[in-house]
Design a protein around this ligand. Structure first.
Ligand code: ZN
Length: 408
């Protein structure tokens, strides 16, 4: 195991921790920006450090195709290759294949796909995924899992969950750098609590350095989403980091943190920036909108970032459709927003002010008190009283006791 996870503060299920990785000491809850090709689009490494980014995510699939993991290894690993001094996580490559390639097929051996380079059939096995990730050299590496969309039902979910458990053993035996890299297992099982439970217990038996909750943020309804998170966080060990993959929106991160999750990753903040959208405490601000053309205020007057200190909405509106600089400035602001959200979650838990933080966050996002019912339900299970910021309509939680017992 190449990490240390020390819980510094708690509020019911929520925790703030220090996660010591080989390349950086991180504070959780934390958000990880996604850098597809070893770079976060439009931002320099100095800027990433400046906004307080602690760990970035690299896509194994993209890195393995170009520049190839062999070359990265030869050049001293991805940290050195891209000159990133802080922590890094790589995914297994499987999810990218299944989601990007139409011809991907999953068998017991691994994921078969057609090479986008020369069209030849290729196979990514659990062993190979780990070997590639060992060459890339990230602080955290992910097991190859059998990913199924949460909206799929039937025997395929069960098959994928049991295969994920069989593959974890192949990943563990293939892992050649356990003293320098931490292998995380991924909990699968769709929206079925029984399957999720079998998977959690199976993975916990393997005593891995950390655990991820996978297969979410794939179009399932929000109530199902938070229930799976609540069930898994309650069953995973207290002394290991918990990572909810592919999440998410700021609201999702606040809810998942209340339920005891620690780590998140999502392309949303940078992707939405490229479409001209800024993340603000009230929700989103669309800079392309004509009303921005003469708005001399910063994106968020309360934001302390370089963009908000220097530029007006009018300036960014002018750039956003015509110049790459527009989306770069928005990406900077959006990632700053996510990093600040992570820091605020951490410090509010450490200083015993977590419920106040959650209420202020919800009040800004839902000024009329129209907090979605799923958020109210999740917060009730998390033991966070948000009645002061909810309207009477949405504060009727509608959870029966059986459901609550299950979710906890
Ligand atoms: Zn800003």
């Amino acid at each position: 195991m190449a990490l240390r996870f020390e819980v510094l503060g708690r509020f019911n299920r929520a925790r703030a921790a220090q996660l010591t990785l080989p390349h950086f000491v991180c504070q959780t809850p934390l958000f990880m920006p996604v850098g597809t090709q070893g770079t976060i689009k439009g931002l320099t490494n100095d800027q990433l450090e400046e906004i307080g980014c602690q760990i970035i995510l690299g896509n194994t699939y993209h890195l393995a195709l170009r520049p190839t993991s062999e070359l990265i290894d030869e050049l001293g690993g991805l940290h050195k290759f891209m000159k990133w001094p802080r922590a890094m996580l790589t995914d297994s490559g499987g999810f990218q294949m299944v989601s990007l390639l139409h011809l991907a097929d999953i068998t017991e051996k691994g994921v078969t796909f057609q090479s986008p380079v020369d069209g030849k059939p290729m196979l990514l096995t659990p062993e190979e995924s780990i070997q590639i990730q060992n060459r890339i050299g990230a602080d955290i590496i992910m097991a190859l899992d059998d990913v199924v969309k949460t909206t799929i039902t039937g025997p395929r979910i069960e098959e994928a969950m049991y295969r994920t458990l069989r593959w974890i053993d192949r990943c563990i035996s293939a892992h050649k750098r356990p003293n320098e890299q931490n292998l995380f297992g991924i909990v699968q099982g769709g929206l079925d609590p029984v399957l999720r439970d079998i998977c959690v217990r199976g993975l916990v038996e393997r005593n891995l350095p950390g655990y991820a909750i996978g297969g979410l943020a794939g179009g399932e309804d929000k109530d199902s989403f938070w229930r799976v998170v609540a069930q898994c966080t309650a069953a995973l060990p207290e002394d290991k980091p918990r990572y909810v993959m592919g999440v998410g929106y700021p609201l999702d991160i606040v809810v998942c943190s209340a339920l005891g999750a620690d780590m998140y990753d999502c392309v949303y903040p940078t992707r939405t920036a490229r479409f001209g959208t800024a993340l603000v405490p009230e929700g989103v601000l669309k800079l392309k909108h004509q009303v921005m053309a003469c708005d001399t205020r910063p994106i968020d007057p309360a934001c302390g970032c370089m963009v908000c200190k220097n530029f007006s909405r009018a300036y960014i509106h002018c750039l956003v459709t015509k110049d790459a600089m527009g989306s770069q400035l928005l990406s900077y602001h959006n990632l700053y927003y996510m990093m600040k959200l992570s820091r605020d979650l951490h410090s509010s838990i450490v200083y015993g002010k977590f419920p106040e933080f959650v209420c202020t966050f919800l009040q800004k996002m839902f000024p009329e008190g129209e907090v979605p019912e799923w958020v109210c339900n999740a917060m009730e299970v998390a033991g966070i009283d948000i009645s002061s910021c909810c309207s009477p309509v949405s504060s009727s939680y509608g959870l029966n006791l059986d459901e609550k017992a299950h979710a906890v």
